[in-house]
Design a protein around this ligand. Sequence first.
Ligand SMILES: NC(=O)C1=CN([C@@H]2O[C@H](COP(=O)(O)OP(=O)(O)OC[C@H]3O[C@@H](n4cnc5c(N)ncnc54)[C@H](O)[C@@H]3O)[C@@H](O)[C@H]2O)C=CC1
Ligand SMILES: C[C@H](O)[C@@H]1OC(=O)[C@H](O)[C@@H]1O
Length: 255
Amino acid sequence: MLLAGKRVVITGASRGIGRAIALGCARHGADVMLGHSGRSSADDILTLRHQIEVLGRKVADQAGDIGDPDTGAALIAMAVEQLGGVDVFISNAGICPFHAFLDMPQETYYRTVNTNLNGAYFAVQAAARQMQQQGEGGAIIAVSSISALVGGGMQTHYTPTKAGLLSLMQSCAIALGPLGIRCNALLPGTIETDINREDLADPHKRSTMQNRIPLGRLGQPEDLVGPAVFLASDLARYVTGASLLVDGGMYVNLQ
Ligand SMILES: NC(=O)C1=CN([C@@H]2O[C@H](COP(=O)(O)OP(=O)(O)OC[C@H]3O[C@@H](n4cnc5c(N)ncnc54)[C@H](O)[C@@H]3O)[C@@H](O)[C@H]2O)C=CC1
Ligand SMILES: C[C@H](O)[C@@H]1OC(=O)[C@H](O)[C@@H]1O
């Protein structure tokens, strides 16, 4: 029970990596506030709430577009109301609408940056303000990506947001260290979720990605649970400003 007594708030909790981490945190003893877009099926959140409740943990949820700069503050306020405070904030919500660079629609670019980076910035700020008020430190984790370190021809709008999140955690580690608030980035590799279901349906693309991974398989959302719980927990009490690749070795595999 690495997170016993901790109150965790996570965005993008309805599906994929966020859902796995939310459940993993509850299994490690945390109460959990689930942020979600409100666009996925109501069943997703209801089922997850039930899974957390049967573990004996408190759970609450709130819908809101994270691209709206006020959504993060509303989520934190709801966590204070429902859970009594915030010890861990995990910025996870994100989109990656694959598109070529030369004809990138402005709408796709701005939606991606607003969702992945701008909304995350203000949510992190809201979480940090609450942790400051509580006066007991805290942990903030941003779900960045291997794409913070390497490019993607169909991801020119996406990779800068992931590099931005990594940089945000580094700067926040400095800004918030004196308050005892640790800030770290998780860098998943290629994890099978809704975000890349269509992309990985192409057998050539799928085998290209898989062949780059020394551990020999694409990642699953559950592969992120251990690293996230570690960074959220007191086991990582002297870890801040760090980034943790969770990619089966993909990044280091040049030849
Ligand atoms: N799947 C992968 O290979 C990788 C994913 N990531 C990152 O992991 C995070 C989670 O993605 P996945 O679980 O893979 O995808 P997913 O599509 O399964 O989940 C994304 C979650 O974000 C939520 N979301 C999307 N737009 C939102 C908005 N405007 N407001 C509120 N919530 C919103 C969705 O409802 C969903 O719960 C993203 O930030 C993504 O960039 C990073 C590296 C690799
Ligand atoms: C959506 C991509 O398949 C996925 O997301 C990332 O951040 C990496 O580029 C992965 O391959």
